[in-house]
Design a protein around this ligand. Structure first.
Ligand SMILES: C[S@@+](CC[C@H](N)C(=O)[O-])C[C@H]1O[C@@H](n2cnc3c(N)ncnc32)[C@H](O)[C@@H]1O
Length: 386
């Protein structure tokens, strides 16, 4: 993984300065140098392994795309003209004109967006920058405020000159009919990018879709996943939580076949569009993938003995009953390797305890620090059956 090590190198002494450090609840580690933050996260993860009696004799390496300017999407709240995050000292939104978490293009989109005067008090807003620099916004407002916005017209007309706009929980797209705005079905566009080795692959989804927070940090994640799967040639994989296919494609680059399991219909619509839009020479990947939609935390009908490896990136609640059929299989029928990616180390640790009981050992662990200056981090772990 020499290539990775180079990418993971960073200036340990760097410190990010923020004028809102004492007020904003967004970052927790601004008082530490970046090196100290990385050590803190590593120690915290090792301590968690100890608490859960998970033996790991290897080292944990922190891979980073840098201490700042990583994010390509932001989720802010609007409250009485202020646009930002909660304050540290009281339950009130702090107005945030600029943030060193944001990539420079996202910062400039935020500055432009902040000029809008909203005709109502409250709402949630996501801004996003796509891989080709395209701008997106998801306005998640109450129905009554959405109606106000559609009737007001000027704000939407101006926003649509700059960006793709999605509205409400159903993520509909406003369309001007010549006399009024109508809300039409969600649209899939290229809002994120994954990697098959050094080759970027466009991912279709919505501004409102789940994606990793940073295009740059995501390259590191894809390289780790791809590298691990390459070390098990021609494997048949099952994936939990494939979403829009961010890990699916790096995995498929090296695997024989992949069964994707995902609950969210709109994410899978994006993945389907991505597969249909693959360049000619990658079309062959379509024959290697099988997609299943369902609640796989409840039950899995697939037979784990048909797979060589498992790739999971679950939500906060972890894998739950997805693991039950694995536990019921005789040990020698269980897939030889298991790749676990999570930004919720506590639920991951609980699942890894169950995997340990199934005979899996932690072989390699990385932290990808895609949330620098905060207490959050992404863990990538490779487990192998003894
Ligand atoms: C942390 S995201 C990972 C998505 C994707 N791997 C990525 O990198 O963008 C977790 C994914 O698990 C999916 N998920 C949540 N609950 C699920 C369930 N019960 N069964 C299947 N998938 C689920 C979510 O919809 C989401 O796509």
């Amino acid at each position: 993984m020499a290539k990775l090590l180079k990418k993971g190198s960073f200036n340990r002494d760097e410190r990010v300065l923020c004028p809102l450090q004492d007020l904003c609840s967004g970052c927790q580690h601004l008082d530490l140098t970046y090196g100290a933050q990385c050590d803190f996260k590593k120690d915290q993860l090792l301590q968690l392994f100890t608490e859960f009696s998970l033996p790991y004799l290897g080292s944990i390496q922190v891979l980073s795309a840098g201490p700042a300017f990583l994010r390509d999407r932001l989720d802010f709240s609007l409250e009485e003209g202020r646009l930002g995050l909660y304050r540290k000292d009281r339950r009130e939104i702090l107005d945030i004109p600029g943030c060193s978490q944001l990539s420079p293009v996202l910062q400039s989109w935020l500055s432009e967006f902040r000029k809008i005067q909203w005709p109502f008090q409250k709402g949630s807003i996501r801004l996003r920058i796509g891989p080709q620099g395209q701008k997106g916004v998801w306005l998640d407002f109450a129905n009554i405020d959405i109606k106000t916005l559609l009737d007001e017209k000027t704000i939407l007309h101006n926003l649509q000159k700059e960006a793709l706009v999605e509205i409400g929980q159903r993520r509909k797209v406003p369309v001007w009919t010549g006399s009024e705005f109508k809300l039409r079905d969600p649209e899939m566009h290229v809002w994120f990018q994954t990697w098959m080795n050094e080759r970027p692959v466009d991912l279709f989804c919505q501004v409102a879709s789940f994606t990793q927070p940073s295009l740059r940090a995501n390259k590191i994640i894809c390289d780790v996943i791809n590298g691990w799967i390459q070390s098990f040639p021609r494997s048949r994989l099952i994936e939990f939580g494939s979403g829009i296919g961010n890990l699916t494609l790096p995995a498929l680059a090296a695997a024989e076949s992949l069964t994707a399991c995902e609950i969210d219909a709109l994410s899978l619509e994006g993945l389907q569009k991505t597969l249909e839009s693959l360049p000619e020479d990658l079309q062959v990947l379509r024959q290697k993938i099988e997609i299943h939609r369902g609640d796989f935390q409840k039950k899995l009908t697939q037979d784990f003995s048909q797979f060589d490896g498992v790739l999971v990136n679950p939500p906060r609640s972890g894998l739950m009953n997805f693991l039950s059929p694995l536990e019921e299989l005789p040990a020698n029928k269980r897939p030889p390797f298991f790749i676990y990616m999570s930004c919720f180390p506590e639920s991951m640790a609980k699942d890894v305890v169950r995997l340990k009981e199934c005979g899996y050992d932690l072989e390699e662990v990385y932290i990808v620090d895609q949330f620098p200056q905060t207490s959050h981090y992404e863990v990538l772990a490779l487990l192998q059956r003894k």
